[in-house]
Design a protein around this ligand. Structure first.
Ligand SMILES: CC(C)(COP(=O)(O)OP(=O)(O)OC[C@H]1O[C@@H](n2cnc3c(N)ncnc32)[C@H](O)[C@@H]1O)[C@@H](O)C(=O)NCCC(=O)NCCS
Ligand SMILES: Nc1ncnc2c1ncn2[C@@H]1O[C@H](COP(=O)(O)OP(=O)(O)OP(=O)(O)O)[C@@H](O)[C@H]1O
Length: 149
């Protein structure tokens, strides 16, 4: 197995690059998607987030109110660390599981992990190759305004 870490700034083109790796035959693991899955409805992750941050981070339908949680954790670094402590181990556990399955199916597989905070979370040494997707700041801003308001 050969492990590739893919990272880059917001709206730099990570998802587009990841899809291209998949087309070329790599197994791809999207950690942003895992970050959403681990706090999905009915998960232990969601339960633990509500325990730590209160009912105010739950939407009316019982799902995670992401903007409400973002308002808390992006205002206070200690709270962000607390959230990371809940979700990051579970994200890594699921990623490792997917990777192990891929390696059993094909020992020569190339596995590409898309991790927005790869460097910040100290994972750079874990990969045989790092790919950094980059685009000018103005272009990334324009993409975000166009697509996400
Ligand atoms: C706080 C949450 C619910 C807000 O969700 P929301 O959909 O509003 O924003 P989104 O996830 O798109 O993130 C917005 C921006 O903040 C950055 N960001 C997200 N989480 C973190 C974090 N823990 N530390 C620093 N920056 C972060 C993202 O890279 C992105 O640029 C969400 O970001 C979250 O669950 N974060 C913790 C998990 C995590 O670390 N995810 C990062 C990718 S592995
Ligand atoms: N090389 C490229 N040329 C033109 N447009 C691109 C290119 N790469 C990405 N884009 C466009 O830029 C936007 C953001 O790309 P993408 O979703 O891949 O970024 P991302 O880094 O995964 O974003 P996020 O940080 O939000 O997960 C998309 O509309 C995509 O089509």
């Amino acid at each position: 197995m050969f492990r590739v870490g893919l990272t880059g700034g917001i709206a730099s083109g990570k998802s587009v690059a990841l899809a291209r790796f998949a087309e070329l035959g790599a197994v791809t693991i999207d950690h942003d998607r895992l970050a959403r899955d681990v706090v999905g409805p009915g998960t232990v992750g969601l339960e633990r987030v509500v325990e730590a941050f209160g009912d105010g981070v739950l939407a009316a339908d019982g799902s995670l109110d992401r903007p409400a949680l973002a308002a808390v954790v992006f205002a206070e670094p200690a709270r962000r660390e607390q959230l990371n402590g809940i979700v990051h181990p579970e994200i890594r556990r699921r990623a490792a599981e997917q990777e192990a399955r891929a390696a059993v199916a094909d020992p020569d597989v190339v596995v590409v992990h898309d991790i927005p905070l790869l460097v910040e979370t100290g994972q750079a040494d874990a990969f045989g190759l790092l790919v950094v997707v980059d685009a000018p700041r103005d272009l990334r801003l324009a993409r975000m305004v166009e697509e996400r308001g």
